[in-house]
Design a binder for this molecule. Sequence first.
Ligand code: MG
Ligand code: MG
Length: 249
Amino acid sequence: MISIKTDEQIAYMRKANQIVRDTLNLLRDHTKPGVSTYELNKLAHDYIVSCGAVPSFLNYNGFPASICVSVDCEVVHGIPSKKKILREGQIVSYDCGAIFNGWQGDAARTVAVGLISPECQQLIDVTEQCFFKAVDIIQAGVTRLGDIGHAVQSHAESFGYGVVRDLVGHGIGREMHEDPEVPNFGMAGRGMRLSAGMTIAIEPMINMGTERVEYMDDGWTVKTQDRKPSAHYENTIAIFHDRVEILSL
Ligand code: MG
Ligand code: MG
């Protein structure tokens, strides 16, 4: 069931998403060779709590940390660890969620560790562009879910990249994952129409090589099947009758 939010409810979601945005900026600023993903998780956790919010990922279906940290070929859901030390040339995806006054925020960024290859930088840039290609076409009462998927997919595939099929964006509100599912692939003109008061997370997960992914034995980490790098870019958005607001930007 899709829940339509009031302006007051969206205001709470705006606050939750601003906390998420600020946490991601903090993580970006602390990304450097030699730092462990455990330290980054602690930094994010302490910041979210200091804002009077709750880190939504911690214990979500048993997830053991407050953020997901996914390096290079890890697509999503990487578990922070003292043993995982960032190295020059890697790319690292941070996915973060926070609950403020019962309302959810969710966003993700991929950033460079030191100096990275032009190929990795392009992957990061195009993944971010995919999100904005989708947001640019959204009009309440007009745009369909398939239009969003098509916008992301066509941009990513024009660079020869693989669009992850197994994991998708989602509605968000009191719960982190609400209806509808928001795939990063699809056909224009198909699927449900978006309407004013809907809040959704659009989150392209784009692979340098194959779109196929594999699930690791830790029960969480998702990697590309060919072990080539993957990037992730996500924001929570609110759809109004005359505009779209990106709540986590
Ligand atoms: Mg999400
Ligand atoms: Mg997320």
